[in-house]
Design a protein around this ligand. Structure first.
Ligand code: KIV
Ligand code: ZN
Length: 502
C-alpha cells in the first residue's frame, strides 16, 4: 500500500490559534509525543516571527532526531537565512516557504503583481536550496488562485528545487469536489509535478477540512498537513486523528497507510488539550469523551452482543483506556502504579509519591476514581513542579447577602509566604484580587471556563483561565473538587507563565 506522509503543524499553525501559546518546555514535550505518535514531519515553528519561536525551533531541532523538523518562513531572503540558523542542527531539516498567490492577496495585501511574486518565489526556493535539499513551497490561498497562475508558480518553484509543493485552502473556502478538481488540475497541468511530493493544508472554516483532505488523498495527494485535535488559526486545521483513522478504518476504500502508531492518539490529544488549554468537545470524532460511549439501550444491547454492531473502531486502537478497573480509597500503591502505566505515565519515584498522595486525598472525597481523574491529578502535579508562585491556602466567604471575601496565602519565588485578602463581586473575583495584591502583574482576564471532568456531584472541576498582558495571551489551568480552589490554581498558573515570560 502507498503511504501518506503525515505533516504535523500543531506547534506552528496549531499554536497560532487565538490564545494557544505554549512555552518552550511545553513545545518540547509535545514534539516528543509527536515523535512517539510517528508523524513523519513536524513543523516546529516560524522562527522569524518571534524570538520565542526561534528558541523553540532551535531546541526541538536539537532534541528530535528521528523525523523531519520543518520551519515555516516568509519568502524574504533574510527571513530564510535566519530561519535556517534555527533549524540547521536538526538531523533532517526542512525549510517551508510561504508566499501568497491569489489575486485577492496580491492586490489587497502584498500590493505586488504576478511577475514579482513568481520571481520572489523562485529566488526564495533557490536561497533555501543553498542550505538544504528538502524544501517545501506553499502558494498561500492556493484554492482561490487563478488555476493557470497556480500551475505556473508550481512549475517554476519545482524547477527552482522545491521537493514538496503544498496547496493550501488557507481560508477553508473549498468544497470537496471542487478542491478535488483543483488538485486534478495540478496533476494534469504542471509538467514537472512528478518531481515533487504534492501536499495539502486545509482549514476548517466551513467544517470541511478533513473532508477536503481525504477527497484529494483519494486523488493522489501524498502529504497531508494537519494538527492534533484540529487546533489552528480561526476554526482550525484538518484534524490529524480524523484523517489517520479514516485512512486506517476505511483501508478497503483508500488502500493507503500512514506511519502513525494509532495507540498514541488519545494520549497525544490529551496532552495537547492540557497544554494549550483548548478543551476537546465531547462529541469530537476519535478523541471526544463521547466518541465511544453508547447511550441508547438498543445500541448497548448490540455492543454487548457484538461490538462491531455499533462500533467501527475498537477504542483500544486509538489508546483510549479501557476503564475496566475503577480505583477507590482502598486501592494501594501497586494498583495505582499499574493504572498509571496503563494510561501511559511513567513517573519517577518522587513524582509518583506526590501523585499517589493526591490520589489518596481525592479518594477520601470521591468514591470512584476514574482514568480522567487520574489524568487530571498527574496534570496538576506536573503543573505544580514548575511553579513560581504556589497556592498555599485559600479561604472564601460568600452568599447572597454577604460581601464575597477571600484570603489567600501564596509561597513566593524566594520561598517565603505572603498573605492577602480582598473583596469582590463574587468569590472568584475576590480570590483573583487577593492574588493580584501579591503577584501584582497587570493583566486582563479574557476567558474563564469551568467544567467537571467526570460526571457526579463529587467530580473534579477543571478551570481554564486566559489572561492577556502586553498583547500576549497566557493560559492557566487548575483542577480540584472545589471549583474556587481550582480557579485560584488556574489563575496562578496563568500568572506563573506570564512572569516566566517577562
Ligand atoms: O493556511 C495556510 O495557508 C498556511 C500556510 C503557511 C501553509 O498555514
Ligand atoms: Zn494554515
Amino acid at each position: 500500500m502507498d503511504k501518506v506522509i503525515i505533516f504535523d503543524t500543531t506547534l506552528r499553525d496549531g499554536e497560532q490559534a487565538a490564545g494557544g501559546s505554549l512555552n518552550l518546555q511545553e513545545k518540547l514535550e509535545i514534539a516528543r509525543q509527536l515523535e512517539r505518535l510517528g508523524v513523519d514531519i513536524l513543523e516546529a515553528g516560524f522562527p522569524s516571527s518571534s524570538p520565542g519561536d526561534y528558541q523553540a525551533v532551535e531546541l526541538i531541532a536539537k532534541e528530535i532526531r528521528h523525523l523531519v523538523v520543518c520551519i515555516l518562513t516568509h519568502a524574504k531572503l533574510e527571513a530564510i537565512d535566519l530561519s535556517w540558523e534555527a533549524v540547521k542542527k536538526a538531523e533532517y531539516p526542512r525549510i517551508h516557504i510561504v508566499l501568497s498567490s491569489s489575486e485577492i492577496h496580491l492586490v489587497h495585501q502584498l500590493k505586488k503583481n504576478r511577475e514579482q511574486i513568481l520571481e520572489m518565489s523562485c529566488s526564495a526556493v533557490a536561497r533555501a536550496k543553498k542550505y538544504v535539499d528538502d524544501v517545501e513551497f506553499s502558494p498561500m490561498d492556493a484554492s482561490r488562485t487563478e488555476p493557470a497562475y497556480l500551475y505556473q508558480i508550481l512549475e517554476a518553484v519545482i524547477d527552482a528545487g522545491a521537493t514538496t509543493v503544498n496547496i493550501p485552502d488557507t481560508v477553508g473556502y473549498s468544497i470537496p469536489d471542487e478542491f478535488g478538481s483543483i488538485i486534478d488540475g495540478v496533476f494534469r497541468n504542471v509538467p514537472n509535478i512528478g518531481q515533487a511530493v504534492v501536499s495539502v493544508h486545509c482549514h476548517n472554516d466551513l467544517g470541511l477540512a478533513v473532508a477536503n483532505t481525504l477527497e484529494v488523498v483519494r486523488r493522489g495527494v501524498r502529504q497531508v498537513e494537519c494538527t492534533i485535535n484540529g487546533i489552528g488559526e480561526r476554526a482550525g486545521n484538518a484534524s490529524l486523528e480524523e484523517i489517520v483513522m479514516a485512512i486506517k478504518t476505511r483501508s478497503d476504500f483508500f488502500n493507503l497507510t500512514t506511519g502513525i502508531d494509532t495507540r498514541q492518539i488519545y494520549k497525544t490529544s490529551r496532552l495537547v488539550s492540557e497544554l494549550t488549554g483548548f478543551s476537546v468537545q465531547s462529541n469530537k470524532a476519535i478523541v471526544g469523551a463521547n466518541a465511544f460511549r453508547h447511550e441508547s439501550g438498543l445500541h448497548q444491547d448490540g455492543i454487548i452482543k457484538m461490538p462491531i454492531t455499533y462500533e467501527i473502531i475498537d477504542p483500544r486502537t486509538v489508546g483510549v483506556p479501557s476503564s475496566s478497573l475503577v480505583l477507590g480509597k482502598l486501592s494501594g500503591r501497586h494498583a495505582f502504579k499499574e493504572r498509571l502505566a496503563e494510561l501511559g505515565y511513567n513517573l519517577g519515584d518522587d513524582d509518583f509519591h506526590r501523585v499517589f498522595l493526591s490520589f489518596k486525598e481525592l479518594a477520601d472525597k470521591k468514591k470512584n476514581i476514574t482514568d480522567r481523574d487520574i489524568e487530571s491529578l498527574v496534570a496538576e502535579e506536573q503543573r505544580s513542579t514548575s511553579e513560581v508562585y504556589h497556592l498555599d491556602r485559600i479561604q472564601v466567604s460568600c452568599g447572597d447577602r454577604g460581601i464575597p471575601t477571600a484570603s489567600v496565602i501564596l509561597t513566593t519565588p524566594d520561598g517565603q509566604t505572603q498573605a492577602e485578602a480582598a473583596i469582590g463581586t463574587g468569590p472568584v473575583d475576590a480570590v483573583f484580587k487577593a492574588i493580584d495584591k501579591i503577584i501584582g502583574v497587570p493583566n486582563t482576564l479574557i476567558e474563564f471556563t469551568v467544567k467537571s471532568i467526570t460526571e457526579g456531584i463529587d467530580a473534579i472541576g477543571e478551570v481554564v483561565v486566559r489572561i492577556e498582558s502586553d498583547g500576549t495571551t497566557y493560559t492557566g489551568r487548575g483542577a480540584d473538587t472545589d471549583i474556587i480552589v481550582a480557579s485560584a490554581k488556574a489563575y496562578i498558573n496563568a500568572l506563573n507563565r506570564l512572569s516566566i515570560n517577562k
